[in-house]
Design a protein around this ligand. Structure first.
Ligand code: IDP
Ligand code: MG
Length: 159
């Protein structure tokens, strides 16, 4: 069971919320067999935005990025499953929707780099998922529970 419990942070950005894509994005992760363990609809303040994107603070697009992510509500989530961080990133596509293949979230739902619908923790940055979950969620906002379908998703999970 332990190798099925990796957690990763995901967020539908303001463009995705405004375009009514929360349900579409959630469906894709549900359909994949991942387990939702946290979710909240919220307005991001400037402090959280700057902290979340701190590593990009020297980039020329940083101020615009902070402005965008605070421009309207987002839907923040934590998803759990086997190799969840890398699997979610592969479902998200490339940073630029224009370069993301069909079948990915950004490749199916976006066309523009600045409005790429979704954020997901980077699987190539060690510990990014844990750091982002800690930044966005309190421990008591994450729910421990068993998903009855797990035994049908994972061959080695008991019924
Ligand atoms: P990621 O979201 O695919 O992990 P990052 O390189 O971590 O991509 O960049 C974070 C976010 O910053 C992107 O999702 C995008 O919204 C924005 N961004 C990245 N590069 C550019 C750029 O060159 N111009 C404008 N916005 C950018
Ligand atoms: Mg990133």
């Amino acid at each position: 069971m332990s190798h099925h419990d990796e957690r990763t942070f995901v967020m539908v950005k303001p463009d995705g919320v405004q375009r009514g894509l929360i349900g579409e994005v959630v469906s894709r992760f549900e359909d994949r067999g991942l387990k939702l363990v946290g979710g909240k609809f919220m307005q991001v303040d400037e402090e959280l935005a700057r902290e979340h994107y701190a590593e990009l603070s020297e980039q020329p697009f940083f101020e615009g990025l902070v402005e965008f992510i605070t421009s309207g509500p987002v839907f923040a989530m934590v998803w759990e499953g086997a190799d969840a961080t890398a699997q979610v990133r592969s479902m998200v596509g490339e940073t630029d929707p224009a370069e993301s293949p069909p079948g990915t979230i950004r490749g199916d739902l976006g066309l523009d780099l600045g409005h790429n619908v979704i954020h997901a923790s980077d699987h190539e940055e060690e510990g990014a998922n844990v750091r982002e979950i800690d930044l966005w969620f309190d421990d008591d906002e994450l729910v421990d529970y068993g998903l009855d379908t797990a035994a049908w998703v994972y061959e080695d999970e008991d019924h």
